[in-house]
Design a protein around this ligand. Structure first.
Ligand code: FES
Length: 271
């Protein structure tokens, strides 16, 4: 999973799917359980909703959002206007942060959906307003009756979100030689982390004085593949959003062994 998908919050997606460790996110059959079984949706991928139900009540106010999963798609319903209710795929097309405002990395500011991972902006039609994302979000049809407060979200045959692995091929298959609980690697990695903590925070909490902000690592980082992390540290800004402060660490600064040690430590921060 993580190798095919080094994106940031894939874990959130998998958790939402309720089938952690499935081979193909968004597939119509997940680890033996079908999507219909997981979500209780109809074959066509529809979700009927009623604003009178507590879980949809937030959509009663303009600006309100509700995250749902239908047919394997992580979707954000947004009350974009008095008469307007839209449904966008929540996976940021940059490197797949889950833009769930509830516990994920998204925020609807009344006009646009902001991905707080690297500050991409999307409008209510899913169009990119500001990068680093370059591809629009997948949108889904919503039928909504303002008077009754009832509606239907129709996933139907809307195409799957494009999920690309940005990791260059030469890094993609790398794996960390150290076990997650290797005490020596963790101790060495903790020392090396002093080079990172000025930006990423001592406990991986991230800081906010830079734009784009340093990625926080104090939450589960299992969504990142080893190869992705190695690539990003080795080549720095090359793989990041424009104007990132993330430095490239050459082999003279961190040899391969040290780089894996710091990755081992980085992953431990979210445990
Ligand atoms: S993942 Fe959304 S801006 Fe980078």
């Amino acid at each position: 999973m993580s190798r095919a998908n080094p994106g940031l919050d894939r874990r959130t997606f998998l958790r939402a799917l309720g089938c952690g460790g499935c081979a193909v996110a968004g597939a119509l059959s997940i680890g033996g359980c079908t999507v219909a079984e997981v979500f209780g949706v109809t074959a066509g991928g529809e979700l009927a909703f009623d604003l009178a139900e507590p879980r949809f009540a937030a959509l009663g106010n303009v600006g309100g959002t509700v995250a749902v999963e239908v047919a394997g798609r992580p979707i954000l319903l947004i009350r974009a206007g008095a008469e307007r209710l839209v449904a966008l795929n929540r996976m940021c097309t940059h490197v797949q942060c889950d833009m769930n405002p509830d516990g994920g990395s998204g925020r609807w500011d009344g006009q646009k959906l902001i991905c707080t991972c690297h500050d991409s902006h999307f409008d209510a039609d899913g169009k990119v307003l500001q990068g680093p994302a370059t591809r629009d979000l997948t949108t889904y049809t919503v039928r909504f009756d303002t008077a009754s407060g009832q509606g239907t979200l129709i996933v139907g045959d809307a195409p799957e979100p494009v999920i690309e692995d940005p990791t260059p091929p030469e890094f993609r298959d790398l794996t960390n030689p150290f076990a997650a609980d290797d005490a020596d690697a963790l101790a060495a990695g903790e020392q090396l982390w002093a080079q990172c903590s000025g930006c990423h925070g001592v406990a991986g909490e991230g800081t906010s004085f830079l734009d784009p902000v340093p990625t926080p690592f104090n939450t589960d980082s299992s969504g990142y593949s080893d190869g992705y992390l190695f690539w990003r540290v080795r080549t720095g800004g090359e793989g990041g959003p424009p104007n990132t402060a993330m430095p490239a660490y050459s082999v003279d600064q961190l040899d391969d062994e040290q780089l894996w040690q710091v990755i081992t430590y980085l992953r431990s921060l979210g445990q």
